[in-house]
Design a protein around this ligand. Structure first.
Ligand code: SF4
Length: 400
């Protein structure tokens, strides 16, 4: 137990104008894609037993993200999960999450997902203001989002998370808090909020390049961020990470494994994983994935992961090595990841993992950020201050 598996569904009904995740809209390939992913799941399960022990002692987690996993037939998603559960021997107390889009989620699908083992839904609501949803180019309106949310509970899910986007032109703090109030009233136990980012290569980049800061000044975005955190806290959801708040006990275990720097398996085109201290990615190409996932070879993967033979940097059409992490890299990555969390850096754990004192390795970085009021030391933990949250990226990068 204690393995983590990420699955990437690269299909969407339509590309949202702000999105730079890998996804395609030709869903005719979904069946062959899911078949290929089943083959890859079986491969990793066997490989995991023989060659990489990624067990961290906690419960297993499986996370189907995307793309839009709910826009392909539910039986494909369910069969892939069943293959993963059987081949990896996923434990009965596992957290198994599925990302869904309100526009393609139905109660009937929800029942099928639940039956196959999913026990957590993450729904991309983004906003309950129709004008904002229109700006974001979403396929659903607020009524559709609320109907889908009701359907999730009616299907039997009790652990439901909702995603929201903040900092959208035209959005107000009052409107945002009203949306949150509404979904909390429906029984949502976990909220993720992400500031709108204008990424190169998206339609929003063309539309807003150069003027997003005029439309949404950074101080407005930050004010909304703090108002949201405060509101959620007042309503019993603890902000446990920069973008995530949850009713205690409903924190995402899968994402927590990432922030803990744990190893995790990854399946599917565009999916990224980390095993044996090697960060690897799958090429963003559904066609080549379908051709190569079924013929993945053990010796090539061993070489890619530095487990024997001459080191390999890529496996044609399928995988490539992003980074081989040495001890020094892992030491630097630890504060980078942990500072995302409210608990922050656990000094004792750092010493256990790396055999060195945190304050000794990062004396300069720590001193300057504490002096600037961006970090605080609380017993054996070091975390961002309220002010530090506004400069989180700068502080985290300081440790890299
Ligand atoms: S539905 Fe999600 S993954 Fe698909 S294009 Fe929109 S934001 Fe991106």
């Amino acid at each position: 137990m204690g393995r983590h598996v990420y699955v990437h569904n690269p299909f969407c009904v339509r590309k949202c104008p702000y999105c730079d995740f890998y996804s395609i809209t030709d869903r005719s390939l979904a069946e062959s894609y899911y078949k290929a992913a089943m083959a890859e799941a079986r491969f990793w399960a066997e490989f995991g037993k023989k060659a990489v022990s990624s067990d961290d002692g906690g419960p297993d987690t499986v996370y189907f993200g995307g793309g839009t996993p709910s826009c392909v037939p539910a039986d494909l998603v369910c069969k892939l999960l069943e293959t993963i559960t059987d081949s990896f021997g996923i434990g009965p107390d596992a957290e198994i999450t599925l990302e869904v889009n309100p526009a393609s989620f139905t109660e009937e699908k929800g029942r099928a997902y639940l039956k196959s083992g999913f026990n957590r839904l993450s729904m991309g609501i983004q906003s309950l203001d129709d004008a904002i949803l229109k700006t974001l180019g979403r396929l659903h309106d607020s009524k559709g989002a609320l109907t889908s949310l009701d359907s999730a509970f009616e299907a039997g899910f009790t652990n439901v998370s909702a995603d929201f986007i903040t900092g959208v032109p035209g959005q107000t703090v009052e409107g945002m808090l009203k949306d949150l109030q509404t979904v909390l009233g429906k029984g949502v136990k976990h909220i993720s909020t992400y500031s709108l980012m204008i990424e190169e290569g998206t339609l929003f980049f063309e539309r807003y390049k150069g003027n997003i800061e005029e439309l949404v000044p950074p101080e407005t975005d930050r004010a909304m961020y703090h108002a949201v955190r405060g509101f959620l806290k007042d309503n019993g959801l603890i902000p446990y990470e920069i973008s995530n708040s949850a009713v205690p006990g409903f924190e995402s275990r899968h994402n927590t494994a990432y922030w803990d720097g744990r190893d995790y398996f990854a399946l599917g085109a565009g999916a990224h994983g980390c095993l044996n201290s090697v960060r690897f990615g799958h090429y963003d190409n559904v066609e080549s994935y379908i051709k190569s996932a079924g013929t993945i070879k053990e010796d090539e993967v061993s070489r890619l992961l530095g487990l024997g033979g001459d080191v390999l940097d890529s496996i044609e059409g399928l995988l490539y090595c992003e980074e081989r992490l040495g001890l020094e890299d892992k030491m630097r990555e630890y504060p980078f990841l942990k500072l995302r969390t409210t608990k922050g850096i656990d000094v004792a754990e750092f010493e256990r993992r790396f055999g060195k004192g945190f304050e000794e390795v990062f004396a300069g970085e720590l001193k300057s950020n504490v002096e600037k009021g961006l970090l605080m030391i609380d017993g054996s933990h070091i975390a961002l201050t309220e002010r530090g949250l506004d400069f989180a990226n700068l502080v985290m990068e300081d440790f890299l």
